[in-house]
Design a binder for this molecule. Structure first.
Ligand code: PEP
Length: 248
């Protein structure tokens, strides 16, 4: 039985003070939720402020990125040990904005995933096709490549996959439940090819792309949707708490 996971990806939003204000409102709203792993991913500069509030609560902390070396001359990068020291137990890797704007390749993302797991961080590994890839019939090939290359030589434990169709991110255009389930089913088949069916059955696959309090219930009813990665609707405590407290 897979425990749902609902994660907030704040992207480049919220100062440390704004993070504190959000969490002071949000944590009490979800304090009784026991059956969902709740995660927030603030910017790096807010991690310590966030950890001071969420440690010893049911809210976990994620970083939005990681570097693939332990330390050294990599100006501007953040090492895995810095994230664990700041209180992170999760990291988002391979978000489409990292792939698109920062040209992160499958190989880079594989290195990041490996070092994150070495430091015992749970990895929210993002994959997803563009509209052009979907419309030209290449969606399944893209998902297959992103899984096989990104998770090459990585064990199943500690991996959470987030399916985020790029055309649905920040656009207000959610995948239909049929589209989400079709992609999630396929992803689980690919994971089964990689890890065997028993381990693939344990891996949580989150849906991301314009998730709101209005569409979470229907998405969570899909057999292979095990949670959500939420951008825009996670920036307000009220709306993110409604997503976390979806209709079971
Ligand atoms: C995201 O960036 O991970 C995301 C899903 O954003 P939004 O919910 O705003 O579409």
């Amino acid at each position: 039985m897979r425990k749902p996971c609902i994660a907030a990806n704040w992207k480049m939003n919220k100062t440390a003070a704004e993070t504190g204000a959000f969490l002071n409102e949000f944590v009490p709203l979800v304090k009784n939720v026991k059956d969902v792993d709740i995660v927030v991913a603030p910017p790096f500069t807010s991690l310590y402020a966030a950890a001071a509030i969420v440690s010893n609560t049911n809210v976990g902390l994620a970083a939005q990125n990681i570097f693939y070396e332990e330390k050294g001359a990599y100006t501007g990068e953040i090492a895995p040990s810095m994230l664990t020291a700041a209180g992170c137990s999760y990291v988002i890797i391979g978000h489409s904005e990292r792939r698109q704007y920062f040209k992160e390749s499958d190989e880079t993302l594989n290195k990041k995933t490996k070092i994150a797991r070495k430091h015992n961080l749970q990895v929210i590994f993002c994959i997803g096709e563009s509209l052009e890839e979907r419309e030209s019939g290449r969606m399944f090939d893209v998902l297959k490549r992103e899984i096989e290359e990104g998770l090459k030589e990585v064990e199943a434990a500690g991996i959470i996959v987030a399916y985020e169709p790029i055309w649905a991110i920040g656009t207000g255009k959610t995948a239909t439940t049929e589209q989400a389930q079709e992609a999630h089913r396929y992803i689980r088949e690919r994971l089964a090819a990689l890890y065997g069916p028993a381990q693939a059955d344990e891996i949580r696959i989150l849906y991301g792309g314009s998730v709101t309090p209005d569409n979470i219930d229907a998405l969570m009813k899909c057999a292979d949707v095990d949670g959500a990665l939420v951008g825009g609707a996670s920036l307000k405590a009220d709306s993110f708490s409604k997503i976390v407290i979806f209709n079971r």
